[in-house]
Design a protein around this ligand. Structure first.
Ligand code: ATP
Ligand code: MG
Length: 454
């Protein structure tokens, strides 16, 4: 951890010099702050909430830091449970809202679990609690180390974070390279916070990133999955992606996609990914649902297309090549990001269904329309079609096939240009949307050749 070369006397920004109002703090968090104060402890709002409030944004949750131990916190609140083994935290529960209360900490274990086994299972509770200054300097960015004190409504700043919020700038506390080596995920956090808040990453924090990016591969895959959702499913996916590219972190998170984008000369795969991420952001802005399955279908599509092209060049049957490409991409990516199967399976289905959008035989049309993943697959086709105009006819056909209202598309299907036989071709057409299109007629099989997932 960085040397405590911080002034013990904080910069105190009085109430009249900052915009944080109790009106913007959740009533539950205020109850916790006042409850601790009334019991004789110091209590502060801390971290992302203070940063967001100072930046004029409504925080999504409120964390509290205090000099009370977890056991003391539990004595103050009946609705309190203690969690964590190595570092105990108090959760004060108000219906669906949980206020996390952390005792000032001296070490820099971020609770990620990456180092959970370092102590061989021993409880290392000694020396984990510290002073408020210790607590400030173990945080990552200066803007994340500000404390809003309930006793006088001031903001306490031990590391220059207030000036950085005003300058809309992310700076690490301490030596950047050292802080990234301690925890490489901080590089992703920098990109994420910059994307979310529209802040700049100070050159001191940005410059080491390309060189240290490979260290991200050492982070726990489960933690990288969580971090990826914060990057891409929080309403600023496009900016996150651009930030990862700018700071050369994309390959650390999505190695095969990064490689596929690098070798895709037309840039259409990148355009498709960016379109997909913009679309995700728009859905979140409209309060429409988003799923990690669809997100990852977008993010890993370039990797899938590249692998599929490779397998097809070896002369593999298209259907076999598709499944194998999907399996390989999923498997390889799992080394980096632990995408749970409940998301990777539907992701693969979205990919597999793409080849069935070329089908026009009535029975198959109905079957595809009834597929539980049809809607997601169709939305995906729409994304692909934006950068691959040759998919326009398929898109129109399947848009019409759904009819004006969901439920009974039969009459509409009858009015469509159906055929008695089906040409099956791989999903991906032309340079613009992926590997080469190969039209070929397949012999009709008993089951109509449709995958077993029907
Ligand atoms: P968000 O608004 O996305 O929740 P946040 O800054 O609150 O952003 P959290 O992951 O909730 O992010 O972390 C809460 C606080 O804990 C941070 O503001 C920061 O002070 C500290 N923190 C989190 N992760 C780290 C880390 N890897 N290293 C050091 N400090 C961290
Ligand atoms: Mg937070």
């Amino acid at each position: 951890m960085s040397e405590p070369a911080v002034p013990v006397q904080p910069l105190v920004i009085p109430r009249e010099a900052h915009p944080i109002s109790r009106r913007n703090v959740s009533p539950a968090a205020l109850k916790v702050l006042y409850g601790l104060r009334d019991a004789g402890f110091h209590a502060y709002l801390v971290g992302g909430a203070v940063r967001d409030l100072l930046a004029g944004r409504q925080p999504k949750d409120f964390d509290v830091a205090t000099d009370a131990t977890p056991e003391q916190v539990r004595e103050v609140f009946r609705n309190c449970r203690l969690i964590g083994r190595r570092f105990r935290l108090a959760h004060v529960v108000f219906g669906r809202e949980i206020i996390e209360v952390a005792t000032f900490r001296a070490n820099d274990d971020d609770g990620s679990g990456d180092r959970a086994t370092e102590d061989g299972g021993r409880l290392l509770r000694d020396n984990v609690y510290g002073t408020i200054e210790d607590d400030a300097v173990r945080r990552d960015f200066t803007v994340n180390a500000l404390y809003y004190a309930i006793e006088d409504f001031s903001v306490r700043d031990y590391v220059g974070g207030h000036a950085d919020v005003v300058a809309r700038r992310l700076r690490l506390i301490g030596d950047p390279e050292k802080r990234y080596r301690e925890d490489p995920v901080r590089m992703l956090r920098a990109v994420r916070l910059a994307a979310k808040l529209g802040f700049d990453i100070d050159p001191s924090a940005a410059d080491p990133m390309p060189g240290l990016a490979p260290l991200i591969a050492g982070a726990a895959p489960a933690r990288l999955f969580d971090e990826s959702l914060k990057l891409f499913l929080a309403g600023h996916a496009e900016q996150s992606f651009l930030g990862l590219e700018r700071h050369q972190l994309l390959a650390a998170l999505l190695p095969e996609t990064a490689e596929a984008l690098r070798t895709n000369r037309s840039g259409s795969l990148r355009a498709m990914v960016l379109d997909g991420l913009r679309n995700t952001d728009a859905r979140i802005a409209d309060d429409r649902p988003v799923t990690p399955a669809f997100l990852y279908a977008v993010l890993l599509w370039p990797a899938y297309c590249r692998e599929l092209a490779r397998l097809q060049a070896q002369g593999l049957d298209p259907a076999v090549a598709q499944q194998r490409a999907a399996d390989r991409v999923t498997l390889h990516q799992a080394h980096r990001i632990a995408l749970p199967r409940r998301f990777s399976l539907p992701m693969q289905e979205i990919w597999m269904l793409q080849s069935r959008f070329t089908l026009r035989q009535k029975k198959r049309v109905f079957r595809l329309l009834a597929h539980p993943r049809f809607r997601a697959a169709f939305d995906f086709l729409e994304l692909r079609a934006r950068v691959a105009p040759e998919l326009g006819a398929d898109l129109m056909f399947w848009r019409d096939a759904q009819g004006p209202s969901p439920g009974a598309p039969a009459a509409h299907v009858d009015a469509l240009p159906l055929s008695d036989h089906d040409d099956e071709r791989p999903a991906e057409g032309g340079e613009t949307s992926g590997p080469g299109r190969r039209r070929r007629r397949r012999p009709r099989r008993g089951g109509g050749g449709a995958p077993a997932s029907d």
